[in-house]
Design a protein around this ligand. Sequence first.
Ligand SMILES: [Zn+2]
Length: 336
Amino acid sequence: MAGETSPAVLGLGGMGGTHAAAAKASPYVRRFPGSAPGPARAALADIAVIDTHVHLWDTDRFRYPWLAHAPGLNRPFLPADYRRATAGLNIEAMVFLQGEAEPSRSHDEVAWVTAQTVCEPRIRGIVARAAVERGEAVRDDLIRLRRNPLVRGVRRIVQDEMDPAFCLRPGFVRGVQLLAEFDLHFEICLKGDAQFRAAIALVRQCPGVRFVLDHIGKPFIREGLLSPWAGNMCELAALPNAWCKLSGLVNEAAWKRWTVAGLRPYIDGAVAAFGFDRLFYGGDWPVCTQASAYRSWVEALHEAVGGCTALERRKLFHDNAEAFYRLAPPWRSLHP
Ligand SMILES: [Zn+2]
């Protein structure tokens, strides 16, 4: 989306690429023992899933400049559409991710999605847009966001910024550091090695803030490149305040022609770096629909981690997200 599918990336969307390079053993990626399909794999429909990356947007109400470059997505995507796309899956809770409505209306976008919880109570967390690059001046926005009990964190997409070190400008760093005062985390959406290096430096400069790397850092899956992405993943994961979202992979692969085998080295790489304690599942719907049916992506991930233990699977698809985004209903913490 927005940043996440820049026009340049969109232009490459259908061109595909080889996965041969990725299929070769990489010095950076340790295959985790569970990556082979196991015989005792639980059925997907029986697994309670928390989707940590759901977009909803209403093009009749807001202007989303980036949608002009994504014609297949340029219409309202509402909770009823999400229910249709996920029919037959056991989606227990959802986290809404800001959809790049025009920046002047970021607070209106939050109010709008909050109103959607009346008909879709599974929306239990919101990651809002905030212009953290304004440094101290973003404080009033954070105060306002924090008044909404659903807001858990903020995102300011950097992937479309021409300056690869945009997120290291003093104002940006200060704005992100402020999040600690508000108990809000920051979600990173980047593309490419230079932005990844800058993001690692940002996370180092903000030890009091929790970070989520969206879309496993958007590796070049279509091109079959594992390096230097896998090394960056390990370096980021070495920082205790970083988490990672297994989402968005199909959009980085050859649209409609990707395979589980082609995604697997990247799923393995994310697991090798972050382990099963700091990874969450995300659907990235409806952006994923450019490349895949919703169900095909979640099935692919389920198959790729088919040999992991039941506990690891529960952490990946449910428990880690519930804890990180504080989604558990209050009665659960009273009766553990
Ligand atoms: Zn997204």
